[in-house]
Write a protein that binds this ligand. Sequence first.
Ligand SMILES: *[C@@H]1O[C@H](CO)[C@@H](O)[C@H](O)[C@H]1NC(C)=O
Ligand SMILES: *[C@@H]1O[C@H](CO)[C@@H](O)[C@H](O)[C@H]1NC(C)=O
Length: 318
Amino acid sequence: MVVVAVAGHEMWIPLLLLPWLWLTFVPGPHVAHAIKLTGLRVPKYAILGQSVRLECPYEMEGDELYSVRWYKDGNEFYRFVPRDKPEMQVFPQRGVSVNVHNSSNNHVTLETVKLSTSGKYLCEVSAEAPDFQTVSQHGEMVVVVLPDEDPIITGGKARYQINDYVRVNCTSGRARPAAQLAWYINSELVDPALLRRYPTIVSFPDQLETSILGLEFRVKQKHFRRGDMKLKCLATIHNVYWKSNEESVENDKPQKAPILESRKSGLSSSSSSSSSSVTRADRVHAGNGATGVHQDLDRILLLLCALFSLVLVTSHHR
Ligand SMILES: *[C@@H]1O[C@H](CO)[C@@H](O)[C@H](O)[C@H]1NC(C)=O
Ligand SMILES: *[C@@H]1O[C@H](CO)[C@@H](O)[C@H](O)[C@H]1NC(C)=O
């Protein structure tokens, strides 16, 4: 059996290697002289006010570089030509502000991005004579306005009884694009049937958007873990913003008086447990004080009795 299996592997390995051998050693168009863009990097999302680095690495494959050009929405804003003096040229375009101290042949840095910086960015690399070959790649970038505040939860109560309705809202801070909201009960994403969707509020004139997502359900025993239920709202904007808010809710059981009493005594004993030795000493001291008062009262009573009998005796004698 073993021998057969090994023999099988020996048959398979050369078969699997065949396509690799073909790609490596059979000449084709992919090994001809050709500029190669090796990893254009235009971030999908940039944050308002921050700077952004666009990268356009390339391999000349034996050719000579003539130029690297960058375009936003079809308009050239940056040119790098090694033969020219200066090598670098910047053309004003709406929403684009190039930091020339941090730009070169294979990257450009855009300073303090604005909403108008969003757009399609294209990098184009050209070769010198005799090939004059030109290659390009592009990517879309969206400028994001982060929310001005964390998501907030409203409408909740501190305690719920079984069969009560929970009706709460989660409201994001003003942002662009609008934050995506999600509700979790005890860290579990809730059933969409429990969600109440409301239209996004667009503020004027900045066009920032506020999202609201409601959660509505009837409380069941299963919602409480050790008498506690956690309601969490998570707000996200693509992969650049991720903030949550959580509220802890107690199970408010209708309880009978004795249970409440025992709970109270339990509480008072636990509150003094941190200084139990002191408390005990206090109690002993208090006990002594009480007996002291008692003894004094006895004496006063005795004295009063004596006085009373004396008065009785003297009045009787008259
Ligand atoms: C250039 O950009 C990099 C990262 O984007 C940054 O660390 C560096 O400080 C910048 N240099 C200048 C001169 O602005
Ligand atoms: C949640 O927000 C919506 C839209 O503003 C509102 O109509 C609704 O009354 C709110 N619900 C709660 C429980 O606050």
